[in-house]
Design a protein around this ligand. Structure first.
Ligand SMILES: Cc1cc2nc3c(=O)[nH]c(=O)nc-3n(C[C@H](O)[C@H](O)[C@H](O)COP(=O)(O)OP(=O)(O)OC[C@H]3O[C@@H](n4cnc5c(N)ncnc54)[C@H](O)[C@@H]3O)c2cc1C
Length: 427
């Protein structure tokens, strides 16, 4: 029997204790079988349990093994494409509904942390940092756009003000979102898993779903057992492989890399991020960073299309970190890792139903910490027969990547190269 551990990372090294979770052996019956114990799966499971469903979660490796346990930890509101783009694509009515939901994920995280007493170093405050005047102009219109949807905890930062919250002289300004913030992502997932179990849900680790028998009473098969369920939620995202071939065609796994310094000490940490906000810049290929609870800098950036693991992550990410913070040149990097997110062509999530009883949500294309928490709620609503919000996502159009499975990676990399050049020359 395979035993897939967490990849080496700062998060795995500082994870809260978790109980042993055995692999599924034999047959079980449940109302809902959730495939994948990342945020999408755990959030779905929690909302369903809170509404009286019996839930069984199958996880191929360990809780939070995927992006949910490896990400930058940034609570970023809205979607990877903003509401104005959605509005142009789907019209005002659907955009209105999606816009109203765009800030709910961050609230759900905070409610979960408070209700289930999850220890995950939650901090309020996220900064979008503009490198060019054009990016600053975009932030100004983004603020107006978000305020239209009732999101008002926003402050534009001029050059002087951003220097007060980020000790880096690359930025011409920015926007502070006090309903953004940051967390220890794996500890959030582990806390949510404990909450699932406290409500009577069952999580099997080392239990990959290897086949789904579709039909009126679907059955999910694992190497040593099977789950018969009324409904299935597919939440394997970039790690799903080809379990559900219909989902693979319109999305592409991509890797992104993160490094973590040694502890910096209070004074140096405070000189970088005096208010302990997290930061992401406004480039298409963006850099993101924040401090951990023990005052290390977590710094991420870059994208590897097609999700190949780069050989030397530190060599890719450290120069980006030193460009922002040259004063860290003698600081040691203690951890470096890679993780996969799932990209769609529109960069909007792919949500839907296969037949009557198989539901899925995946492909939030980079910004997923908040969306995945919302997704769990929306999927649970749909299973309870209230599908209006689910349909607003399910009706978003999705297209296959040009070039099909074979050529989608070079095509997407070419697109990113073009946007990377635009970032570089400030277009
Ligand atoms: C390095 C990195 C940094 C990121 N930084 C940020 C950030 O700072 N802010 C932000 O908003 N977003 C960020 N993201 C994106 C965000 O982490 C993801 O969008 C989100 O965690 C996706 O959650 P998920 O539950 O859908 O998928 P995942 O967390 O990937 O979970 C999927 C789970 O399903 C399991 N699985 C797959 N197939 C099967 C199967 N057949 N049977 C059983 N289990 C299966 C996997 O093992 C995995 O545990 C980042 C992503 C990465 C990779």
């Amino acid at each position: 029997m395979a035993n897939t551990p967490y990849p080496e990372s700062y998060y795995a090294a500082s994870a809260n204790a978790a109980p042993p979770r055995p692999a599924l052996q034999g047959d079980v019956e449940t109302d809902v079988c959730v495939i994948g114990a990342g945020y999408t799966g755990l959030s779905s499971a929690l909302f369903l349990l809170e509404n009286g469903f019996k839930v069984t979660v199958l996880e191929a490796a360990k809780v939070g093994f995927g992006a949910s346990g490896r990400n930058g930890g940034q609570i970023v509101n809205s979607y990877s494409r903003d509401i104005d783009v959605i509005e142009r694509s789907v019209g005002p009515k659907q955009a209105q509904l999606l816009g109203q939901m765009a800030f709910e994920g961050g609230r759900i995280i905070r409610e979960r942390v408070a209700k289930y007493n999850i220890q995950c170093d939650l901090k309020d405050g996220g900064v979008f940092a503009a490198i060019t005047a054009k990016q600053m102009g975009h932030l100004e219109s983004q603020k107006r756009l978000w305020e239209r949807f009732g999101h008002t905890q926003l402050e534009l930062l001029d050059q002087k003000r951003i220097r007060e919250v980020v000790g880096c002289d690359q930025y011409v300004g920015g926007m502070l979102d006090m309903s953004g913030g940051h967390i220890h992502p794996l500890n959030l997932a582990l806390g949510e898993a404990a909450a699932v179990e406290s409500l009577g849900g069952t999580i099997y680790e080392q239990s990959p779903a290897i086949r789904i028998e579709r039909g009126a009473n679907p059955v999910v098969h694992t190497p040593e057992g099977k789950v018969r369920a009324k409904f299935i939620i597919v939440a394997g995202n970039a790690y799903l492989g080809n379990l559900v071939p219909e989902l693979a065609a319109k999305s592409m796994p991509c890797g992104t890399q993160v490094i973590t310094t040694e502890p910096l000490g209070d004074a140096l940490a405070k000189s970088l991020l005096p208010q302990d906000y997290c930061v992401e810049d406004c480039n298409y290929l963006l850099d993101y960073y924040r401090l951990t609870g023990d005052k290390r800098l977590v710094f991420g950036g870059g994208v590897v299309y097609g999700a190949r693991d780069p050989a030397n992550i530190e060599a890719i990410i450290r120069p980006k970190m030193l460009k922002a913070f040259p004063q860290l040149k003698d600081v040691k990097i203690d951890y470096a890792w890679t993780g996969n997110f799932l990209l769609t062509l529109s960069r909007l999530p792919q949500v839907g139903r296969l037949g009557d009883n198989i539901y899925y949500s995946q492909g939030c294309s980079g910004h997923g910490v908040t969306y995945t928490h919302l997704a769990g709620k929306v999927l649970a609503e749909a299973l309870r027969g209230q599908a209006e919000r689910f349909d607003a996502f399910a009706d978003l159009p999705h297209y296959p990547f040009p070039g099909g499975q074979l050529l989608r990676t070079p095509f997407a990399a070419l697109g990113a190269w073009y946007y990377g050049l635009r970032d570089k020359f400030g277009y």
